[in-house]
Design a protein around this ligand. Sequence first.
Ligand code: HEC
Ligand code: HEC
Ligand code: HEC
Ligand code: HEC
Ligand code: HEC
Length: 291
Amino acid sequence: MAQIFDRSSNALARASLVLTGLIVIALGVTLDQLQRSPWVTRQGQRPDQPVPFSHKHHVQGLGLQCQYCHVTVEKSSYAGIPPTKTCINCHSQIWTNAQLLEPVRSSWATGQSLVWTKVHDLPDFVYFSHEIHVNKGLGCSSCHGRVDQMPLMYAQNTLQMEWCLDCHRNPAKNIRPTGEIYNMAWESPAEDRPVWCSVGDEKSGLPTAQSVNCTTKDPATIPAEVASLNMPSLLRTAALVSDAGTGVTALNQYHVEYQKFTSQDELGHFLVDHYKIRTPKELTSCEVCHR
Ligand code: HEC
Ligand code: HEC
Ligand code: HEC
Ligand code: HEC
Ligand code: HEC
């Protein structure tokens, strides 16, 4: 056969093999990119909604708290979307004739809920719960971004497995004091932006995160009575009860020691310890999210 195919066709065959290989790789890379692209994950997209509801106006402009509308975010897996009644509380008086709000009024009149398009939507085979994240010091903005600056809602992150795992492998880099979870403008501590934390009596029966008390104001400048008033209420009651009879002066005797943090690394590791966060190995095992 050697005389039929000369040397050049041999080279040609080799070249075409290499070419096929390259095409396969390129295809693989493209599909992988596609799978992660905003087109598939819908990251950053603003879907059409029955009403162009603006978080920017209602949160930043009017100063409404997230829980005013997302009432179950701390105690259930779902944050929840508010019913029409919540809008009507105000919009029976404000902007009552606006065309934009017609769907809200007719929903109220007919009793038919508004149908909002989900912006974040995990597949059914993934287990997720707001309750644990929020109670262990993950702020809304760590996962949803600056909602207070969004005229229309969009997903800041992909919600893909890799995104979840990236945090589960090292939660310390994202954890903040639980008192700051609704603070949209929260920034990690720094030399010129320290955070002070004290640890209460962990045997008091409080949920772990609640026995830690953090502040962004130098506790040395806060009078002792106020510092102890800032303590979790159950602890305070315990302090008062144990000193019953001596009254307010007892508060002064309650000694609170604060530790100062000037980097996310230090604060994160302190909180991971005191909030009793599981190890990365435990948090990345498949059963955590696929039950
Ligand atoms: C006045 C009521 C109201 C307040 C206050 C409010 N929201 Fe919302 N939120 C809504 C409504 C209505 C929707 C559904 C429409 C939409 O997606 O824009 C929504 C949707 C969302 C979604 C996307 C839901 C989805 O479909 O995936 C997130 C995330 C969210 N809100 C976070 C927040 C955060 C964080 C705050 C506080 C900074 C907040 N919201 C304050 C009413 C409110
Ligand atoms: C606490 C009162 C309050 C609640 C609750 C409230 N709104 Fe509003 N809303 C306002 C005010 C005030 C304005 C006018 C804001 C402005 O012009 O800056 C407004 C404006 C609007 C507008 C006009 C566009 C804009 O953002 O300026 C829309 C649409 C709207 N609201 C929808 C809703 C919906 C939907 C809900 C329920 C999920 C809701 N609002 C709940 C007070 C409220
Ligand atoms: C650890 C990341 C994370 C944090 C922190 C977080 N969320 Fe979410 N949020 C998600 C994910 C993931 C979804 C999609 C859940 C699904 O599809 O089942 C979601 C969905 C939502 C929704 C849509 C309705 C629902 O419950 O599914 C709202 C509203 C919402 N989040 C509000 C908030 C608010 C308010 C906070 C802060 C108090 C917050 N989230 C904190 C990740 C987070
Ligand atoms: C920014 C950090 C962060 C992100 C992002 C994040 N998590 Fe978590 N997750 C945590 C922390 C911290 C805990 C609490 C661990 C503990 O208390 O041991 C946790 C706990 C959990 C738990 C355990 C709940 C339980 O009751 O055992 C599940 C399930 C979970 N996360 C699912 C997810 C999923 C799914 C995603 C992505 C859609 C996600 N998480 C994204 C930080 C994060
Ligand atoms: C922290 C939560 C979390 C953990 C831990 C986790 N997954 Fe996932 N997994 C997810 C999420 C979220 C998705 C959905 C991704 C999407 O919608 O693109 C997913 C999707 C998947 C899929 C579907 C294919 C895909 O990539 O979309 C498979 C298969 C899977 N996971 C296997 C595993 C295995 C095996 C483990 C253990 C080694 C594991 N997962 C651990 C959150 C997790």
